[in-house]
Design a protein around this ligand. Structure first.
Ligand code: NI
Length: 167
């Protein structure tokens, strides 16, 4: 396994739309293992392939307290959603920035697992939020894009300043 580099907002590669995974093979399973290592090391509760510059429809999440329940969604599709939930979100691609975003409260998602088998899952609470956040990455969308343009430009300036300071 290897830790991968995470793209940082506003890196334009984060705006790439991911394409479906055509076959769930060992290269995909290897990528999932690397993404899991990257996510747990960060630490984070979700990661989309987009964030490690692999533009395929693959997300991983682990919202468990003990961080021992990895869930993998390949070619995820939202097939139903309802309700409204507002929660403070963060993102490994936007370090140190947290803000409230509205999402569906309940979702049903369909995806393939690591064996290439289809499954469906219903989720509420943090898991539902996390899945929606990660699925947005596959559409080239970062959560800060839900915020006002004033907030977005402040965040961009803050992150650029921080990047300069670390160079
Ligand atoms: Ni994110």
């Amino acid at each position: 396994m290897a830790k991968l580099d995470i793209l940082r907002y506003p890196d334009p590669r984060l705006y790439t739309r991911a394409v479906p995974v055509s076959m769930v093979d060992d290269s995909i399973r290897r990528l999932v293992a690397d993404m899991a290592e990257t996510m747990y090391a960060a630490p984070g509760i979700g990661l989309a392939a987009t964030q490690v510059d692999r533009h395929i429809q693959l997300i991983i999440v682990d919202t468990s307290e003990a961080q021992n329940d990895l869930q993998v969604f390949i070619n995820p599709e939202l097939i139903a959603s309802t309700g409204d939930a507002e929660r403070e979100e963060g993102c490994l691609s936007v370090p140190g920035i947290y803000d409230k975003v509205h999402r569906a409260e309940w979702i049903r998602v369909r995806a393939l697992n690591l064996d290439g088998q289809p499954f469906e899952l219903e989720a509420t609470g943090l898991l539902a939020i996390c899945i929606q956040h990660e699925m947005d990455h596959l559409l080239g969308k970062v959560f800060v894009q839900y915020l006002s343009s004033l907030k977005q430009s402040r965040i961009r300036n803050k992150l650029k300043k921080r990047l300069r300071e670390t160079l």
